[in-house]
Design a protein around this ligand. Sequence first.
Ligand SMILES: NC(=O)c1ccc[n+]([C@@H]2O[C@H](COP(=O)([O-])OP(=O)(O)OC[C@H]3O[C@@H](n4cnc5c(N)ncnc54)[C@H](OP(=O)(O)O)[C@@H]3O)[C@@H](O)[C@H]2O)c1
Length: 337
Amino acid sequence: MKTYHLSVVVATGLVGQEIVRLLQSRRFPAESISLYSSDRSVGRRVAVNQRELVISQTSPEAFRDRDLVFFAAGAEVARYWVPLAVQYGAVVIDASEAFRAEPDVPLVVPEVNPQDILNHKGVIANPNCSTIQLALLLHPLDKVNPIKNVVVCTYQSVSGYGVAAVDELARQTRMVLDGQTPAPHVFPHQIAFNVLPEVDVFMDNGYTREEWKLSEETRRVLHANNMIISATCARVPVNVGHCQAIHIEFVSSINTDDARRILSGAPGVRVTDDPSVSLYPQPWSVAGTNDVTVGRIRQDTRTPTSLALWAVADNLRKGTALNAIQIAEEGLKRGVI
Ligand SMILES: NC(=O)c1ccc[n+]([C@@H]2O[C@H](COP(=O)([O-])OP(=O)(O)OC[C@H]3O[C@@H](n4cnc5c(N)ncnc54)[C@H](OP(=O)(O)O)[C@@H]3O)[C@@H](O)[C@H]2O)c1
């Protein structure tokens, strides 16, 4: 079997760490794995495939003679380094939003639009975590009964904002339980025991960038320019796992049994749906798993052509790291990496 030289830039954040874990557990055909970070984490040691790897500072060395580079840094870091990595001949899979809107950069959920990988020119973008979750569910339904419009409300965990946000929730929770009032550092308000209808920055039209990204990216992944998607995104005091309440209107009527059957057969989707025993997806039980889990599948009271669903996914797995690795696996299979 052919093996590949890989870098992970950066390997110290929540997504980078998950990529390193999944490369091992999925037995990705790696000849070598090199790990990078900012100067803050240089020298840290990480066990990978029974060997101890030392984290180096991100530099052009990260890209020399590499087949594949996973970028799990912020957008600014990606904008700075990704063009150089491509110049060095590596294929980059980027988790940030830096290149997602660029027309010559494929935006890929492998279960939905794997063929788009074939058009890459060195960079393949991982969609936003909420987009991956939504697109994976809409795609199998849309193939059977075209979707006219979607209304989605998200309840997003703090890990979606990175390691500092997870620390902030833990610190604030302890302080509130101790009777203190915590000052917010990462989010605009206290996140412990609270819900914030503000994920990413507000735009002039009153929506946030997260809501805009969820609509635009989902349309792009599905190749569904005319699908109307309206989103409200909220941050909730949960560590891992994004929830979505999704209301979908189709061109023609659809019953819940058919929807359940279609979703049960869709790759990457798990149906967990028995209200009689309070069985439905929850972040607590979905965190650490690979599928987008869906339940509460019911007729939407708006019209007979509408459905309502509740879906949960691990934002660090299918929402980011797993999807990135699946893109790489698909690229290897199709001979474009
Ligand atoms: N978390 C999610 O659920 C999720 C979902 C979808 C997409 N993403 C995207 O994935 C990327 C990583 O997210 P994350 O959640 O892993 O963030 P994170 O936990 O905050 O980690 C980001 C890492 O970037 C490193 N860093 C900061 N400045 C740097 C620099 N100048 N050069 C090199 N490294 C630098 C830091 O590592 P050191 O301080 O150790 O150097 C930090 O650990 C982001 O673009 C994010 O938008 C995340």
